[in-house]
Design a protein around this ligand. Structure first.
Ligand SMILES: *Cc1c(COP(=O)(O)O)cnc(C)c1O
Length: 422
């Protein structure tokens, strides 16, 4: 018998949780005041203080309800408080919450197997678990170094994360400058420019890092043939092709992974990095190495993490993958995504130039750089969206968004856009 059995039982009662957690009845203003004197100002002033979520909706501390069309930045794949995710995480945490990597657990192994399946990874492939997108890319960067080469190609506009290695792969000057020198050897080429990529990659190149669609850069899909050509070029020179699917993976674009889209001609990467949607809101990152040669790049003792692959995080990943399959969410993403795009373009609003993107990762391109004002106007009317760049509003809602929910946004959009004045 487990002598702690009674304590485990007690800890699950809401009474105990209430003693540990803050009351959420304070006003948003009062909470923000406390925020500014306790949390680092890294993110500026938050737009609202959120206290609760259910499905595609969240509520703020003042009781206002919002349709969440950002989904924690492409992360809340199943929306908020999804019963399956809650049940899987709760069941795992009450059974076994964490062990070190001196031990294996069933959820970790099962999630690795499921990821290899949905990745269509060949025999000999393997997964490394991390806790975030930056960490997944950090591991991929280390894999690149293990080829014995140090030159790495990344693209302008790319976003790969904020740790020193991931930042070295990210071109944005404002992010990099305060932290130089960064790990060296990274060169940048314009995204989508095949000629530039062909000229940059040579026999000294360890890896090419690419997003199949640049999310942070304002939802910019790779041009036709780009990924397939990148595959040919890297293979020709013995360089790794690393696809960063942190934002685009796990059903976001209507395929399990964005590079599965038929327009990428069946491209198979050497390495793929994942995070965001994989845990449905629980921090999970993963690196999928395709084939035995790539799977062996990080050998025993060459990389590590305390939390990576922990059973609770793995249970979350398994729940997300299960729900996507069980509830045919890829079909939903394609249907609702196409509907949203068509309906927004059909508004014919003078501020809307068009809609870019795939599945439920959409960028509403504006004719003027007023995306920040659109975000504010949307928030005031009960919708959460995001300015991926000054002229682009990003939509990355939960994969469970319904057409009816999408339509409430489309109906409000003209007024939102009209209200988006500097
Ligand atoms: C968000 C993102 C990252 C970084 O992920 P974190 O979990 O924030 O570290 C890396 N690459 C892409 C493409 C992303 O969208």
């Amino acid at each position: 018998m487990n002598p702690q059995g009674d304590d485990v039982e007690l800890a699950t009662t809401s009474g105990q949780a209430a003693d540990a957690l803050p009351a959420t009845d304070g006003s948003g203003q009062a909470w923000l005041q406390r925020y500014t004197t306790s949390v680092m100002q890294t993110f500026g002033t938050p737009q609202r203080v959120l206290v609760r979520g259910e499905g595609c909706h969240v509520w703020d501390a003042d009781g206002n309800k919002y349709l969440d069309l950002l989904g924690g930045i492409a992360t809340n794949a199943l929306g908020h408080a999804h019963p399956l995710l809650v049940a899987a995480v709760t069941a795992q945490l009450t059974t076994l919450g964490h062990v070190s990597n001196f031990f294996a657990t069933a959820p970790q192994i099962a999630l690795a197997e499921r990821l290899l399946e949905v990745s269509r990874a060949p025999e000999g492939s393997a997964v490394f678990f991390a806790n975030s997108g930056a960490e997944a890319n950090e591991a991929a960067f280390k894999m690149a170094r293990r080829t014995g080469r140090t030159k790495v190609i990344s693209t302008l506009g790319a976003f790969h994360g904020r740790t020193m290695g991931a930042l070295a792969l990210t071109a944005k000057e404002a992010y990099r400058a305060p932290f130089e020198p960064l790990p060296g050897g990274v060169e940048f080429v314009p995204y989508g420019d095949l000629g530039a990529l062909g000229r940059a990659v040579d026999g000294a190149t360890a890896a090419v890092f690419l997003e199949p669609l640049q999310g942070e850069n304002g939802v910019v899909p790779a041009p036709e043939g780009y990924l397939a050509a990148a595959r040919r070029i890297t293979a020709e020179h013995g360089a790794l092709l690393v696809l960063d699917e942190v934002q685009t993976g796990i059903g976001r674009t209507g395929e399990w992974f964005a590079h599965h889209n038929p327009r990428h001609e069946g491209v198979v990467p050497d390495v793929m990095t994942l995070a965001k949607g994989l845990g449905g809101g629980i921090p999970v990152g993963a690196v999928v190495a395709f084939g035995p040669r790539n799977a062996a790049l990080l050998g025993a003792g060459q990389h590590g993490t305390t939390f990576g692959g922990n059973p609770v995080a793995s249970a979350a990943g398994l729940a997300v993958l299960h729900a996507i399959e069980r509830d045919a969410l890829l079909d939903n993403v394609n249907a609702v995504g196409a509907h949203l795009r068509t309906a927004i373009e059909a508004l014919g609003h003078p501020l809307v130039e068009g809609v870019r993107g795939e599945g439920l990762l959409l960028g509403v391109a504006l004719t003027e750089p007023v995306a920040g004002h659109v975000v504010t106007a949307a928030l005031e009317r009960g919708f959460i969206v995001n300015a991926a760049r000054p002229d682009t509003v990003r939509l990355a809602p939960p994969l469970v968004l319904t057409t009816a929910q999408a339509d409430t946004f489309v109906a409000a959009l003209p007024e939102i856009l009209n209200g988006a004045t500097p």
